[in-house]
Design a protein around this ligand. Structure first.
Ligand SMILES: [Mg+2]
Length: 159
């Protein structure tokens, strides 16, 4: 099983959102943990909130997380300026597909942005939407083991 991300970027700040807009993207689906929020921190950096304010005027934006902790997701919902869903079960495409159909987006108008090839990028490939792989937002604080697992998972990427 191999996966292909359309773009590979350092982090969410390294993405050219104006270009996405010009390329016809209308819906951005963010992964939560390690993509837009430091793992288990339950809060956003100021820089992230500023980015949200900018891009929510340009796109429909939502967050699709596999996190099953209801309390945590509720907390995140309160501090996020767009919709947040937990228990999405990526790489199962069901929930995200339903969402895209509900809002009548074409697949080529949608991009999923996440840090995990085998969940975020794989689900994007399964549905046929665009995908951007980013490195962990808290990569500098991650343990050697976590970094090692990340490198292993990237072996499934086709460049
Ligand atoms: Mg993640």
């Amino acid at each position: 099983m191999f996966v292909k991300a359309d773009l590979i970027k350092n982090d969410i700040f390294d993405i050219d959102y104006k270009k996405l807009k010009n390329d016809g993207i209308k819906l951005i689906i963010f992964d939560l943990d390690s993509t837009i929020m430091r793992s288990k921190s339950g809060s956003y950096d100021t820089r992230t909130l500023e980015l949200f304010e900018e891009i929510k005027t340009m796109f429909q934006v939502c967050v699709m997380s596999n996190n099953t902790n209801e309390k945590y997701i509720k907390k995140v919902q309160r501090i996020t300026p767009f919709e947040v869903y937990g228990m999405v079960k990526k790489p199962n495409p069901y929930f995200i597909k339903q969402y895209i159909e509900k809002y009548k987006f074409e697949n080529n108008e949608v991009v999923i942005i996440g840090d995990r090839p085998l969940t975020d990028i794989l689900v994007g490939n399964k549905i046929g939407i665009n995908s951007i792989l980013v490195d962990s937002i808290n990569r500098k604080e991650e343990s050697k083991l976590t970094r090692f697992v990340r490198r292993l998972e990237r072996l499934f990427l086709i460049k």
